[in-house]
Design a protein. Structure first.
Length: 316
């Protein structure tokens, strides 16, 4: 008989998690699981409970009640064996500014029984030419790269990434994304918090949205908020003086017109575009600014949380 595949237990299990600060309930009965080898993103406006939740998972904050298991450990009571298996990239670090990059990474490597190679880790995060540079001389983006190197040096099974690409230029962000995706392919589980929703879209396997300490939605980035079944939005501008009423009837909802811009919503974008462009060509009409859009992850996030903008930093 063939062997039956063994399913690994989740990397993170959270059930009924609560955290109270006096009368304030920062986390209110939160439950979710993170599978091994996936990138799981936690989103939410300031005050949603993200920071408190992640700090409890890291073992830096005590919970009021509920079950929490991280790599099979209770992080509230776990010791060195647990900490050697996780890596943490905080929003800001407390590294001695007079150390060189190599000295800082080597110092952190000394905390682990089986660390990664120091020069190789420095190179992997894009700091190969900065090994002898003092920490105080690094730019914001370079400092974030160093933070990532310090989190990786212990070769963690689970990596907590808090706003990992803050301060990066576009090219550096893409390089960081490639590296993070490579870590996931090698089996590292990653818990990500980020205010860059394009980053979440690019990296995350699943997304949890928190609001007022509760999980309000959990899905893949493409399906969050019904994005996968939401209608397509088509926008364009008609020539000056031409009312939207002159548009032909077609397979679309009643067009909306505001300040000369026409908006159509449809579940049949191909048919709509064919009918619309055929009419425009037949009548010599130019549809300026023609765009075809699916609801973005940001659209879904803002609708779920009722926020006007993401902005700001992580809140409790």
């Amino acid at each position: 008989m063939g062997s039956v595949p063994v399913t690994q237990p989740p990397a993170i299990v959270v059930a009924g998690l609560r955290k109270n600060y006096g009368r304030l309930c920062a986390v209110d009965g939160l439950s979710f699981q993170v599978r091994r080898g996936e990138i799981y993103a936690i989103l939410g406006p300031n005050g949603a409970g993200k920071t408190t939740t992640v700090e409890i998972l890291e073992g830096h904050r005590k919970r009021s009640s509920g079950l929490v298991q991280v790599l099979g450990f209770d992080p509230g009571t776990a010791g060195r064996q647990f900490r050697e298996r996780i890596g943490i990239v905080l929003q800001s670090g407390g590294i001695d500014a007079e150390l060189t990059v190599r000295e800082a990474v080597a110092l952190y490597a000394s905390f682990y029984a089986r660390p990664r190679d120091v020069p190789g880790t420095i190179e992997q995060v894009g700091l190969a030419g900065k090994g002898r540079a003092r920490v105080r001389t690094l730019s914001g983006g370079q400092s974030r790269r160093l933070d990532l190197a310090l989190a990786l040096i212990g070769d963690p099974e689970l990596l907590f990434l808090d706003e990992p690409t803050t301060g990066f230029d576009p090219n550096a962000r893409r390089d960081a994304w490639d590296m993070i995706a490579g870590l996931r392919r090698s089996g590292t589980t990653i818990l990500l918090t980020s205010h860059y929703l394009d980053e979440v879209q690019h990296l995350a396997d699943r997304v949890a949205v928190l609001s007022h300490g509760r999980l309000v939605e959990e899905s893949t980035p493409d399906a969050l908020g019904g994005r996968d079944i939401a209608g397509t939005v088509i926008r364009f501008r008609l020539p000056a003086g031409m009312p939207a009423a002159e548009l032909p009837a077609g397979p679309w909802d009643l067009p909306e017109a505001r300040d000369g811009e026409v908006t159509m919503r449809t579940d049949e974008p191909t048919r709509v575009l064919l009918s619309l462009t055929r009419w425009a060509v037949d009548h010599g009409v130019e549809l300026d600014g023609l765009t075809v859009l699916q609801p973005s992850l940001e659209d879904a996030y803002l609708r779920i949380t009722g926020q006007e903008s993401i902005g700001g930093r992580r809140g409790r």
